[in-house]
Design a protein around this ligand. Structure first.
Ligand SMILES: NC(=O)c1ccc[n+]([C@@H]2O[C@H](COP(=O)([O-])OP(=O)(O)OC[C@H]3O[C@@H](n4cnc5c(N)ncnc54)[C@H](O)[C@@H]3O)[C@@H](O)[C@H]2O)c1
Ligand SMILES: O=c1ccn([C@@H]2O[C@H](COP(=O)(O)OP(=O)(O)O[C@H]3O[C@H](CO)[C@@H](O)[C@H](O)[C@H]3O)[C@@H](O)[C@H]2O)c(=O)[nH]1
Length: 437
């Protein structure tokens, strides 16, 4: 079975390498020739633990090839997995043009039976759009089946999630394609849910929307905890012990970011609208998150009234630890807001990328925590990186102009912060103190 993965982004690359490891015969196509060249040299285009050695092993053994020649790749393959981007448009509708473009190319190269798998997150009904497009372009109905097979991997744990996730959802209408899917996933140990394509397409959005809702819910609880001297960590622990609730996704902080939750929550609202379903809960989830990611700015304004001309330092820029991805990270919104208020910004993230440097060319990127906080009026922790757990708080407090710490990820023990000489500390529902202004 020869597999072709279309799109060498986060999901495409992880999928292609996972199949290469077990099936030994994968072609991964991307229209971005720079990406293709870099990957064929064994240099990953994303940071993900374990990816670099796997990439190099697969290249050395010739289990995988990267190319920008989609037509040749399709004609050689039995199974084609579409893993291209599906961004949200400003009106929250989903832009499926990358899926459509890939399908047009696929339709040119089908002369024997092939299974086309939609791995990208797509609105309900997209499997039909692809099917109809292939038929319109003259592909024989007996020569293909379209399967909906959404992906649930998390960045930072992508390889493990892809191979051993909690479940695999397969939306398939044909027995012939079902057999191919069974063989494709036979080496992976995961629970498989077989259903129809619309259900498969919707499980993906429902899953992300519910997880995002848990986060917004716990963040609203945290904001109340801050006002009444209650503790959100203990509250989350107490909630999570109820097996009907589960302890997962109850970590309060400055909200969710990343390439999926912000985009997929909006997409589900838009999809709902098309079918007359309001989705008020998800609308609120989105609104709560938009406010929550700017919580540090609100706290800063409360504390200083005016931020203009003050140096503010940010620790952590990525949307979560274990990745170099900054898509929709809360840090981006905080930086943007602070810059509009005339603040000077210093920041530190060991994963800092050229991407963020080009977004914000006028802020200072530092190489260490200690250098970052120098002369600043406030330090804001935006990402819970391991090294922030271990940092020398006393030395940091001494280097700052004003000893103000906003702990956006509830990493620092409040008593430690007090003992280390901070004059003001604010966490998200985990306690705060103010000694003197
Ligand atoms: N990133 C995640 O953690 C994650 C997890 C689960 C699901 N998803 C979903 O998977 C899909 C892909 O996400 P991603 O983060 O990997 O996207 P991405 O934007 O990182 O990558 C998409 C890749 O597809 C390539 N591409 C676009 N059109 C092409 C074409 N016609 N031919 C060849 N290559 C083409 C682009 O050049 C790019 O490299 C999205 O629908 C996303 O919602 C993402
Ligand atoms: O208790 C929590 C858990 C997460 N987050 C934040 O939520 C965001 C998303 O985190 P996570 O879900 O771990 O990362 P993603 O890689 O974006 O994965 C999500 O989005 C993917 C793309 O659709 C799905 O495949 C995954 O199942 C889904 O977890 C990050 O900003 C986290 O900081 C919190 O604030 N509190």
């Amino acid at each position: 079975m020869k597999i072709c993965v279309v799109g060498a982004g986060y999901v495409g690359l992880v999928a292609a390498l996972s199949f290469a490891k077990y099936k030994n015969d994968v072609i991964c196509v991307d229209k971005d020739i720079k990406k293709v060249k870099q990957l064929n040299k064994g240099i990953p285009t994303i940071y993900e633990e374990g990816l670099e050695p796997l990439l190099n092993k697969c290249l050395k053994k010739k289990y995988i090839l990267f190319t920008d020649n989609i037509n040749k790749a399709i004609s050689l393959s039995d199974v084609i997995m579409i893993a291209v981007g599906t961004p949200t448009k400003p009106d929250w509708s989903v832009d499926i043009s990358q899926v459509v473009d890939a399908s047009v190319e696929i339709s040119k190269e089908i002369d024997k039976y092939k299974v086309i798998i939609i791995k990208s997150t797509v609105p309900v009904g997209t499997h039909e759009v692809v099917e109809n497009l292939l038929l319109k372009n003259g592909v024989d109905r007996n020569n293909f089946d379209v399967v909906s097979n959404p992906e649930f991997l998390r960045e930072g744990r992508a390889l493990n999630d892809f191979l051993h996730g909690d479940r695999m959802v397969i939306g398939c209408k044909s027995e012939k394609a079902q057999k191919v899917m069974d063989e494709l996933y036979s080496p992976f140990k995961t629970k498989i849910i077989n259903t129809n394509p619309p259900t498969a397409e919707l499980i993906k959005y429902a899953s992300n929307a519910l997880l995002a809702t848990k986060i917004s819910f716990i963040n609203e609880m945290a904001n109340l905890c801050s006002k009444v001297d209650a503790n959100i960590d203990t509250l989350s622990y107490g909630l999570g012990l109820d097996s009907r609730i589960s302890p997962e996704f109850l970590r309060a902080g400055i909200g969710y970011g990343g390439s999926c939750f912000p985009k997929d929550t909006k997409a589900l609202v838009n999809i709902g609208e098309k079918y007359g379903c309001e989705f008020n809960i998800i609308r609120s989830t989105i609104k709560v998150n938009e406010n929550q990611r700017l919580k540090p700015v609100e706290i800063l304004l409360d504390h200083y009234n005016k931020i203009e001309g003050k140096t503010i330092s940010l620790l952590g820029l990525t949307f979560k630890p274990g990745t170099d991805d900054i898509r929709d990270a809360p840090s981006l919104f905080i930086i943007d807001e602070l810059l509009q208020m005339g603040a000077r910004i210093r920041c530190y993230d060991p994963m800092v990328s050229e991407e963020i440097k080009s977004l914000f060319p006028n802020i200072t990127y530092c190489d260490s925590i200690e250098d970052t906080v120098r002369d600043s009026y406030c330090t804001i922790i935006c990402t819970e990186l391991d090294e922030f757990f271990k940092m020398d708080l006393e030395s940091i407090a001494k280097k700052m102009k004003k000893r103000v710490l906003i702990d956006g990820r509830n990493m620092i023990d409040i008593e430690e912060a007090r003992k280390s000489g901070f004059s003001y500390y604010y966490s998200i529902g985990n306690g705060s103190f103010e000694n003197n202004k």
